[in-house]
Design a protein around this ligand. Structure first.
Ligand code: BGC
Length: 388
């Protein structure tokens, strides 16, 4: 069966600043990674050195036949000390944006992808009464470099951030899939929502939205009410915030089954990926349906979807299934504007370089990029607009 995607559909790949740039030394996560006795297996260190090698990354995206690239601006570089903005960092990101435009790539720019400046975190983070004003001031500072950018993601996965806030307080480490975590810290969730809306005010005139970690909560036998109660704080409340947005980002990888007493572990016999998540390509189509049903009239951009695997053929298998599901959801009426694969590079997976999501591998010593067959496969789909 042949499936066609609409003209003008965005086909791209994604990454984020902390995961690709390297030496993000003024950020909260850098401090955590480098403190004595850190629980992180790997430090981000030089990451993929994309702070210097971004032209090469953009060339790869273009040569593959993709037409879009998602990346994030690093607040900690732009405002390394409170109220002190770095013109050099702003000029750097302006060059990256222009680099996209010159290559005919549509930039999708995220303003906050998990990391914050250390000073911000040390002074109360999102729970400080100043947080929303601080974020607004940062957004104002980046506004002048966003000329020509059509898609701006304010905050990446606020639901995951708020769940992490809760988890970090007790255990200082995370395990498993986001959707199985304790509920979000509600004050953090509300601060993030307020920060998002403040950012949207500043960004008036640009297309802005936030990107949600779509968890595909499925009810075990007889547990529909429990599933709904589980989904409300972890996903639905964040979707509701997006009801007047210009778009919403769907980021789907897997599903989580909810029983009478909460999230069930992935069954022993299930096929898993390198992150331990269930191999479940249907996650994407289901997440798009779920989101479209809750946000009628809000266009969807798939801002992340992919798989951590050491076997590249498995990446193709997963992505083929995900795209088939996406096409089906679109045929049923979901208004989806593009698909951005996570990730372009084998980048820093928040504590480890082991789970490789990339279409492109990166030598950890020389930073040499090598295309995997999946990269060319996705590029061909992007060029033809068809999934065979
Ligand atoms: C995040 C990415 C992350 C990916 C895979 C999303 O939660 O936005 O930064 O690498 O999933 O875990």
């Amino acid at each position: 069966m042949e499936r066609s995607f609409p003209k003008g559909f965005l086909w791209g790949a994604a990454g984020s600043a902390h995961q690709t740039e390297g030496n993000n030394v003024a950020s909260d996560l850098w401090a955590l990674e480098n403190r004595p006795g850190t629980f992180f297996a790997d430090r981000s260190g030089d990451a993929c050195d994309s702070y210097h090698r971004w032209p090469e990354d953009l060339d790869i995206v273009r040569e593959l036949g993709l037409n879009s690239y998602r990346f994030s601006l690093e607040w900690a570089r732009i405002e390394p000390a409170e109220g002190r903005f770095s013109n050099a960092a702003l000029a750097h990101y302006r060059r990256v944006i222009e680099g996209c435009l010159e290559r005919g790539l549509t930039p999708v720019v995220t303003l906050h992808h998990f990391t914050s400046p250390l000073w911000f975190q040390q002074d109360g983070g999102w729970l400080s009464g100043e947080a929303v004003g601080r974020f607004r001031r940062y957004v104002r500072a980046v506004l002048p470099i966003l000329g020509g950018v059509e898609w701006v993601c304010t905050i990446n996965e606020p639901n995951l951030l708020a769940m992490m806030a809760n988890l970090m307080r007790d255990k200082e480490r995370t395990e498993g899939v986001a959707g199985a975590m304790p509920p979000p810290d509600q004050r953090t969730a509300e601060a993030l929502a307020a920060a998002h809306l403040a950012a949207r005010e500043e960004l008036a005139g640009l297309r802005s939205g936030w990107t949600i970690a779509s968890q595909n909560f499925e009810a075990a036998e007889g547990a529909v009410a429990e599933r709904d109660a589980w989904a409300r704080p972890r996903e639905d409340q964040f979707l509701e915030v997006a009801k007047d947005d210009d778009f919403v980002g769907v980021q789907a990888y897997t599903r989580v089954i909810i029983g009478k007493d909460g999230a069930l572990p992935v069954p022993d016999e299930a096929r898993r990926t390198l992150t331990g998540w269930e191999f479940h390509p249907a996650a994407l189509g289901d997440a798009v349906r779920y989101t479209a049903a809750r946000l009628p009239g809000v266009p969807i951009l798939v801002t992340e979807n992919g798989i951590a695997t050491a076997r590249d053929a498995e990446r193709v298998e997963y992505t083929r299934g995900a795209l088939a599901g996406l096409h089906e959801a679109m045929a049923e009426g979901a208004d989806v504007r593009g698909y951005l694969h996570w990730s372009l590079l084998d980048n820093y997976e928040w504590g480890s370089y082991e789970p490789t999501f990339g279409l492109v591998s990166v030598d950890r010593e020389t930073f040499q990029r090598t295309l995997k067959p999946s990269a060319r496969w996705l590029g061909e789909i992007a060029r033809s607009g068809r999934l065979d």
